[in-house]
Design a protein around this ligand. Structure first.
Ligand SMILES: [Zn+2]
Ligand SMILES: [Zn+2]
Length: 157
């Protein structure tokens, strides 16, 4: 059988990576696991997962509609995790900085520093701060995991 690489970019089978979180078989143990699985949920259009992993006080009645529109209009192309960690002062607060690459009307990048909070053993996405786009080196491997250098792939201009 053909191995389906996980949308989050891990070279693992989707079922062994984010798929087990999306199906509820496993629970993300780290902010990075949750962040990756939420990215995969965006790729797969799993609105219920995105809402259930959003911190309850951050949910709003029009989330479903907003997410559906984002999912319809955006094609996610790749994810690059930049840093991830747990806050020293509070082990139930975590941070993941990432860059997610997408195509809507044109190709763009979402560079965000997201905060995650753990409550009763479950990690939730709390909020995020958008940052200036990350500069990708021309000789770096492309974020789309094509195996090509950035300049020969999505960095071609
Ligand atoms: Zn994954
Ligand atoms: Zn590429």
């Amino acid at each position: 059988m053909k191995t389906i690489v996980c949308p989050c970019g891990n070279p693992e089978n989707h079922e062994d990576c984010c798929g087990r979180f999306l199906s509820g078989t496993s629970i993300p143990q780290t902010p990075e696991d949750l962040m990756r699985s939420r990215y995969s949920a965006f790729c797969r259009g799993d609105i219920e997962y995105l809402i259930s992993t959003l911190y309850p006080s951050k949910r709003s009645p029009d989330d479903r509609e907003t997410l559906a529109r984002t999912i319809r209009e955006t094609q996610w192309l790749g994810l690059k995790i930049i840093t991830t960690g747990i806050e020293e002062a509070d082990e139930n607060m975590g941070v993941v900085e990432f860059a997610a690459f997408y195509k809507s009307t044109e190709t763009g990048q979402l560079h965000e520093r997201s905060r995650f909070i753990r409550e009763s053993g479950l990690w939730y996405y709390l909020d995020g701060q958008t940052l200036d786009p990350v500069k990708i080196g021309r000789n770096e491997p492309c974020w789309c995991k094509s195996g090509k250098k950035f300049k020969k792939c999505h960095g071609r201009s």
